[in-house]
Structure formats: C-alpha cells, structure tokens
Design a protein around this ligand. Structure first.
Ligand SMILES: [Zn+2]
Length: 511
C-alpha cells in the first residue's frame, strides 16, 4: 500500500458584531433578542427593497484581511449566490464572488513542542470576503421547522485557506489562531458554540509524491487520478475540527485500501456518533449562478478601510511576552490567549517592575526579572486561574486589582510569605469579593514569614532538644537529616518560618 498524504483546506465563517446588520438598519443581536424581533422588509426580502451596505462591516472585513496578510483589493463588489432554502427568502445570498475584500494572504502557524505542527507551517489564505448570514432554522422533533430571521442579514466574513494544512492538529491550531485574531481585533466574540464562528473542512487523501501543490492548486502527476475532496460541515468546536479530520483520514484510507472511489461530496459531522455522514454530492460553483448584485454599486475597500492600524496581534504578543518578560512558551501562550488576561498580566508585570528596585540590591536586574517572571507566570497561570476556575470567577469581573496581585507575588519573592500562606491570602482576596491589600491580610492573620533570628532561635532550640537522636546523626555526618529537622521547625511554626533562616540557625546551633 503506497503512503498516503492528507490535504486539508478550511473555510471559516465569522459573524461580525457590528451594531446593525449588513444591508439594513436592524439591530444585529441574534443571540439575545426574542425570535423574529430584529427584522424589516430588507432582511425579510420583500420585493422592491434596496440593500445598503454597512460601512463598518466592510472596514472590519478589511481588518481581518490585513491581519491575515492579505492584499486589500482596490475594487470590489457584491454578487448574488443563488440557491433555495427556507432560511433564505430571497432565494439568493448576497456574497462576493470574483472580487473579494482581500486576497493572497497567509498565516504562519507557531511551532510548539509536543504538538503535531510543522515548524515551517505557512497556511495560504486564498481570500477574505464579506456576505450576509442566513436565517436560523430549528428543526423540532414533531416534523416542524421554526425559522428565526434575527440572524438573516448579519454580516458574515468568510476566510478561505489554501489546501496547505497537513494534519488535524494544524487545522485546530489554525482555527484557534483565527479565533484569537477576531477577538484581538474586537470584530467578533467568535464563540463556536454560539455559532459566531463556523469551520468547514475540505479534506482528501492522495498518494505521496503523486501530486504537486502550486499556490493551492493540486495537480496530479501523469497517470495518477486525484481522489475527490470531501467537505465536512456542522463542526462546532475546536475538538470537533480535530476529531472530524481524524475520522475522515481513517474512512478515506479504508476506502483507498479497498480500491473504492468516491464522488466530491458534503458530509456532516455528527457529535453523537463521532463520525461524518453523507449530506449531498457537491454542487459546483456554476450551480449557484453567481452574478453581480445589481442593487449595490461596486466599491473600493482600500479607500473605505483607509489607514488600518491593527492592534498587536496574538503571535506578536506571545513573542513579546517571552522576550520582554521572560515568560516560558507555555505561560506566554496561556497569558495571551485572552485579551483580558493579557492586560491583567501586563499590569502585574508593570507593578512588579517597580518592586524590582527593592530587590536588585542583591542580584543583577536580569536575574531578578527572570525569577520574578517565572514566579508571576506560575502564580497567574496555575494558582490564580485555578482558584478563579474553582469559584467560577471570570477575569472580566475580577475585583482583585493587578497591583495587589503583584504585591502578593513580590511578598513571596522577598521571602516574606511562603507559598502555603500566600495561597490562603489569595483565596481570601478572591472570596472577599472586594479588592484587598495582601500585606494587610498577612499582618492581620499573622501569615508573615518569620525571618527574625531572635524569634526563630527559640523554636530551633526546642526542636534540637526534642530530637537528640537525629541531632547526633547529623553531627556524625548524616547531612540529609537536616531536612527533617528543618521540616520540624516549619511544622512548629505552621509553615511561617523562613526556611533559609531556619537552616542557618540549625547549622549554627548544632556545631
Ligand atoms: Zn432588517
């Protein structure tokens, strides 16, 4: 059996969260409004109505295109894409055919150790175009279908990739990066479960070495017939993107091994069975009978979008988090995955920079900032995120201010607080529901680390008295026993003793 190679392309749709719909003044709020409340003659497709394009939607589509390194076209237009379905009363969708907003872009996937992503993975972005969403049909069990037109005419951007994706893991990473870009740009919440973002996969398996991929055009070598591609729809989570691709790889491999062929087709992902099911054999583009929308004049995205100043994008932020703060790859990825978290992190790090002044007397700046970044990164990604998840607190409603969290980290760094007591303080800060000063809690509850030699001496002497056998062993050269004695000092002080001072005193008093 020849070795098979998987070829994957993606079509991603994202709903823009503009105030109004794409071609009318109706409120764009399909999630929260009562069914069929945000409708008018235009989005219900009454005869004789005229669509008027939403300028913000065009600007935002151009932003997405630019973030994906596309060329923003000078000339663009809308086209009618014809098909019949109850959620489309016009019997055509206003979309874009041959002159999209942007073309010829790409996304570099970030290589991460342990994930099945090539370190040179560059995914071509064929086009970014703007269209209108359809109404939403809900099929009930009693053989009836309900149609909600609140979603009809919501601005929708489609991003078509080249068939450059080589694994399920890469497809998932590509979709996740897109979601982050949409959120960073502030153009969509891109929540897959709510249908703000929908992914479709085009997948085929071909014999290795029997085809070429020239800028997205797959050409067979002489004598080889390409296997048809299969389109998989109805995917509503990143995990499902991965699972649907893995399923198709197995299904198509088995067919090839059995000498079977298949027609180009559309299949649906079925979460319950964990497989894809045949929906229909695919129409070709000609079936949609595209033609220019006569009611909307051609337009110039380049002019409408003007100077597009994009915010720092996720990849750049991750790189900066690593370079500027010294975060690990893993911490940088977690801390930049959500804008609210990345903002919180930056504020914490900026506060910690002030504390650096107090610490750098002993060591050099670079050493201290690396240690602090390591400590802060760990405390945010594991301790804080963990404690918030337990309490179901979202970062957007967190009362704890970055200044006070930074102070907590600084207290740990300065050995004024051990991690057990720091965790207790963190829990109190979160449970209080208000912003609290960690130093204040530490002093009030007596959580502070005992570094004072006078105070600790008494405890150390008590331990030495209580464990004569162990002290003899240490004196006879059994060094590891010191850890046991130190543990006893920690226990006697309920974890508050400064371990460094405790060890120093133990050594002195056992000489
Ligand atoms: Zn309307």
């Amino acid at each position: 059996m020849p070795k098979l190679q998987v070829i994957i392309g993606m079509e991603v749709h994202v709903e823009l969260k503009t105030k109004s719909k794409m071609f009318c003044a109706c409120k764009n709020d399909p999630d929260r409004s009562a069914p069929n409340s945000n409708v008018c003659e235009i989005c219900l497709a009454h005869p004789g109505t005229l669509p008027v394009p939403n300028k913000t939607a065009i600007e935002w589509a151009a932003k997405i295109a630019k973030a994906l390194n596309c060329r923003i076209n000078t000339n663009s237009k809308f086209d009618r894409k014809h098909y019949f379905y109850p959620d489309l009363p016009k019997a055509y969708q206003i979309s874009q055919y041959d002159q999209p907003i942007g073309e010829h872009g790409y996304m570099n996937l970030e290589f991460l150790p342990g994930k099945n992503i090539r370190d040179t993975a560059k995914i071509g972005v064929t086009r970014v175009h703007l269209e209108e969403d359809t109404a939403k049909s809900t099929h009930s069990s009693s053989n009836t279908t309900l149609v909600d037109f609140n979603r009809a005419g919501v601005p929708l951007v489609e991003i078509v990739s080249e068939p450059d994706i080589a694994s399920a893991a890469e497809a998932k990473a590509y979709c996740q990066e897109l979601q982050m870009i949409f959120r960073y740009l502030g153009v969509s919440d891109a929540d897959m479960e709510k249908g703000h973002m929908r992914c479709e996969v085009n997948i085929s398996l071909q014999e290795e070495g029997k085809f070429t991929n020239n800028n997205g055009v797959i050409t067979p070598v002489a004598g080889y017939t390409l296997n048809h591609k299969v389109e998989v729809k109805n995917i509503n989570s990143f995990r499902a993107v991965e699972k649907a691709i893995e399923f198709e790889i197995q299904r198509q491999t088995a067919m090839i091994e059995n000498g079977e062929s298949w027609k180009q087709q559309t299949r649906g992902w079925d979460e319950n069975s964990g497989g894809t099911v045949m929906q229909r054999e695919k129409e070709t583009a000609a079936d949609y009978r595209y033609f220019p929308e006569p009611d909307i004049p051609p337009f110039h995205p380049e002019v409408i979008a003007g100077d597009l100043n994009l915010p720092e994008l996720p990849q750049a932020k991750r790189a900066r988090f690593r370079d500027e703060y010294g975060f690990s790859y893993a911490d940088a990825e977690i801390l930049s995955s959500d804008l609210a978290w990345s903002k919180f992190t930056e504020q914490v790090m900026s506060e910690l920079a002030h504390w650096l002044h107090d610490f750098k007397a002993e060591r050099n700046d670079a050493y201290v900032s690396k240690q602090l970044a390591h400590l802060a990164g760990g405390w945010i990604t594991s301790k804080l995120m963990g404690a918030m998840a337990e309490r179901k607190i979202d970062i957007r409603v967190l009362k704890l201010k970055p200044e006070n969290f930074a102070e907590l980290v600084a207290l740990i760094y300065a050995n004024k607080l051990n991690s057990t007591n720091a965790q207790k303080i963190l829990n109190e800060m979160l449970d209080s529901g208000v912003d609290m000063d960690p130093t204040h809690i530490m002093e009030e509850k007596g959580y502070g680390q005992i570094s004072d030699e006078g105070k600790l001496s008494e405890v150390v002497e008590e331990i030495i008295k209580n464990y004569p056998k162990q002290v003899e062993q240490f004196k006879a050269g059994k060094e590891p026993i010191l850890q046991f004695l130190k543990g006893m000092v920690m226990k006697a002080t309920e974890g508050s003793a400064d371990p460094v001072v405790a060890e120093k005193l133990l050594r002195e008093k056992m000489k």
